[in-house]
Design a protein around this ligand. Structure first.
Ligand code: SAH
Length: 249
């Protein structure tokens, strides 16, 4: 007989951008193994049907810390818990916060299970925009001061990185992409090849290839990932392609 109850474990799991076939086998196995699945409502709804016998728990957006505590409480009861995120759990996902809140629950184990992040999912839709050095920058100033975001945009633009923007807009931040483009235009030509991909791997997936000047006046929403090419990025076969190097092939 066990005298002490065994603790469960938290698996911080990236589900990929949307489609079930873009989820890794590892993530699928983890969901099978866990009795409790916790996540933001939108992601839970994407997988609920496929796992009818699981307990699903959720909190609304902006209640992330509460969601993490919920996961630790369940694991402390001895359950294996999947804390699910879209894309990769360690890229603007929940992995970091789980470790931070995990300070209060040293007895509960934590494992991070990676997934296809929006940057690579969307890159495949556009062609091959991320073939050379690139910087991923989130335009959300909920957790980061806008000055820091601007500083990083400037540095990436100045160093000719391909730039991939997450959280390019929201109702409250309607003109942030415009502001980011204006800043990048100080370092890069208005003809720079850019792309947007909306609903990667989900119903209604769509993409566009356009110039930096055009991008500046393009409305986007929070389900979109934006790509700004480097000085060598070009359009080939109607796709966005960054050459592997800066030397002629
Ligand atoms: N952990 C996620 C990112 C969360 S931040 C990942 O690794 O992909 C949320 C932002 O990611 C969105 O505003 C959008 O810019 C991007 N994103 C996530 N999923 C997407 C999808 N299916 N289609 C387009 N963009 C997506």
């Amino acid at each position: 007989m066990k005298l002490f109850m065994e603790h469960g474990k938290i698996y911080v799991t990236g589900l990929g951008p949307g489609a079930a076939e873009q989820m890794t086998f590892q993530a699928g196995n983890v969901l099978e193994k866990c009795s409790v699945i916790i996540g933001y409502t939108v992601y839970i709804d994407l997988i609920r049907e496929a796992y009818p016998d699981k307990v699903f728990l959720s909190t609304p957006m902006r209640r992330e810390a509460e969601r993490c505590r919920m996961a630790f409480e369940e694991a402390a009861k001895g359950k294996n818990v999947a804390m699910v995120c879209s894309g990769d759990a360690g890229i603007y996902g929940m992995a970091g916060l789980i470790y931070e809140i995990g300070r209060d629950y040293p007895e509960v184990g934590i494992e991070v299970v990676p997934g296809i992040t929006a940057a690579s999912g969307g890159a495949a839709v556009l062609g091959a925009p991320l073939m050379h050095d690139f910087a991923v920058i989130s335009l959300s100033d909920l957790l980061t001061p806008w000055e820091t975001i601007e500083r990083r945009l400037r540095a990436a633009a100045e160093a000719d990185f391909v730039i991939c923007l997450y959280n390019p807009s929201s109702k409250k931040r309607a003109d942030y992409l415009r502001r980011a483009c204006a800043l990048i235009l100080q370092y890069r030509s208005g003809k720079t090849v850019c792309g947007t991909v909306r609903n990667i791997g989900r119903e209604g997936e769509s993409c566009r290839i356009l110039s930096l000047e055009e991008l500046m006046d393009t409305p986007v929403d929070m389900f979109t990932t934006v790509y700004i090419g480097n000085s060598n990025t070009m359009e080939l076969r109607g796709r966005m392609v960054t050459p592997r190097g800066y030397r002629d092939v």
